[in-house]
Ligand binder design. Structure first.
Ligand SMILES: Cc1ncc(COP(=O)(O)O)c(C=O)c1O
Length: 419
């Protein structure tokens, strides 16, 4: 009989021997358990202990784990056809593209489907170049757009880029939220500006009011394509259907992934305005393709997820529970100013900035001990993100906040004041 201990040892050994030895060690040191099952806002580990999932798969689980409407849609589709044969019309892909055109702002119309966020970004960057016949891309410091070559080239963390140089040539980086700097960087050579409406992995950075409108205007003046990377912020996460809606801005291309999966099937997409899409692909329909992208299973999941997003007003729920989480985490900060420097966020994307990154190595395991998952942000090691499913209840937010306070206090007890 396999015991809990065997399962944990097997997982660790396999990670160490066949996946990534240093990652295996870091995960073990931080007390990471073995995930076995999940439902709603919780994950259950190999010992039967349940955790409130406030890491939320880095934003994947907007509907929680295994939402019944998504599972039913995927099961039903599995009985008919799983992956596209690609030679015939795929009706679900058509329906999903139509639904996205209805739900996204303005005249965003044409969708391309892939399997991840980084592929969505690759597609968007290629589209911007092909549509404008220009080469340069402007992106922002701290940005995270994925780890394939194009997406990595426009991402903001040097440590992730350096080992792979040279990346895409002619990428210009400017401070996030600084419209004047952006204006100086955008000229007639610029194909596109790529920006997250709220930076996620950069440390949960909310730009000043008006920034997105300025980005829009700067792109319009220069004839550059505005790409809004909503892989993490879209589909209700930030308290509006899309984070661009916070400023009623219509980008030329919007990228989506994470929550579009309904938490069940991987999918990524970009949605483009006809003016841009036609300029690139009107006469060349096979320039950008994907074998797996837009499979029947993934589209069935996404269609069900979009229905839940609208029917259950997940954006409204993100606003309500988001202000509860933000206010609660701010109260913890006021009681523990030696550990927490700032708490900020939009909707249910909340970041807690630590006075010293050393505290994080304590807070995350302490949270796990108390039955709550949380995650670092990839580009800002001093910021821990709290990003629960949008279906989280008020009681679950309270429970997580109590655990957060306990973990912060424990970190200070263990480490004292870190300079
Ligand atoms: C804004 C943004 N864009 C792109 C990506 C890359 O997505 P994926 O990991 O699915 O490739 C991420 C992932 O965190 C993201 O936050």
């Amino acid at each position: 009989m396999t015991t809990d201990v065997d399962l944990a040892q097997e997982a660790f050994d396999n990670y160490r021997s066949y996946i990534n030895p240093p990652l295996a060690r870091v995960m073990k040191l931080s007390g990471a358990p073995v995930e076995v099952s999940a439902a709603g806002s919780t994950i259950t580990d190999h010992t039967g202990k349940t955790y409130l999932d406030f890491a939320g798969g880095y934003g994947v689980f907007t509907l929680g784990h295994r939402h019944p409407r998504v599972v039913a849609a995927v099961r039903d589709q599995l009985e008919r056809m799983a992956l596209s044969g690609r030679t015939m019309f795929n009706p679900l892909m058509g329906r999903l593209a139509k639904r996205l055109a209805e739900l996204t702002p303005g005249d965003l119309t044409f969708s391309f489907f892939a399997n991840s966020g980084t592929e969505a970004v690759e597609g968007a960057l290629k589209l911007a170049r092909a549509a404008t016949q220009r080469a340069a891309i402007v992106s922002t410091d701290g940005a995270f757009h994925g780890k394939t070559f194009g997406a990595l080239s426009v991402s903001g963390r040097e440590a992730f880029r350096a080992p792979f140089a040279p990346l895409l040539a002619d990428v210009r980086r400017v401070a996030f939220g600084d419209a004047a700097a952006l204006r100086r960087a955008v000229d007639a050579d610029v194909a596109g500006v790529i920006v997250e409406p709220v930076q996620g992995e950069g440390g949960v950075n909310v730009p000043p009011e008006g920034y997105l409108r300025d980005v829009r205007a700067i792109c319009d003046e220069a004839g550059a394509v505005m790409i809004a990377d909503e892989v993490q912020t879209g589909l209700g996460r930030c308290g509006t259907r899309f984070a661009c809606d916070r400023e009623q801005v219509v980008p030329d291309i919007m990228t989506l992934a994470k929550g579009l999966s309904g938490g069940v099937m991987p999918i990524g997409a970009y949605v483009a305005r006809p003016s841009v899409w036609n300029a690139a692909y009107a006469k060349a329909p096979l320039l950008h393709t994907s074998t797996f992208g837009g499979s029947e299973l993934a589209c069935a999941a996404a269609l069900a997820a979009l229905d839940v997003l609208v029917d259950d007003d997940l954006a409204g729920r993100a606003r309500e529970r988001g202000s509860q989480l933000l206010e609660g985490a701010r109260a913890v900060m006021h009681r523990h100013p030696a550990v927490l420097a700032d708490v900020r966020g939009a909707g249910l994307l909340v970041g807690a900035e630590l006075q010293h990154e050393g505290y994080g190595g304590s807070i995350i395991p302490e949270l796990l001990k108390r039955g709550v998952t949380a995650a670092w942000t990839l580009n800002a090691q001093r910021v821990i993100r709290l990003e629960p499913p949008l279906i989280v209840t008020a009681g679950e937010v309270d429970t997580a906040l109590q655990a957060f306070e306990g973990a912060v206090a424990a970190a200070f007890e263990q480490l004292g004041a870190l300079a």
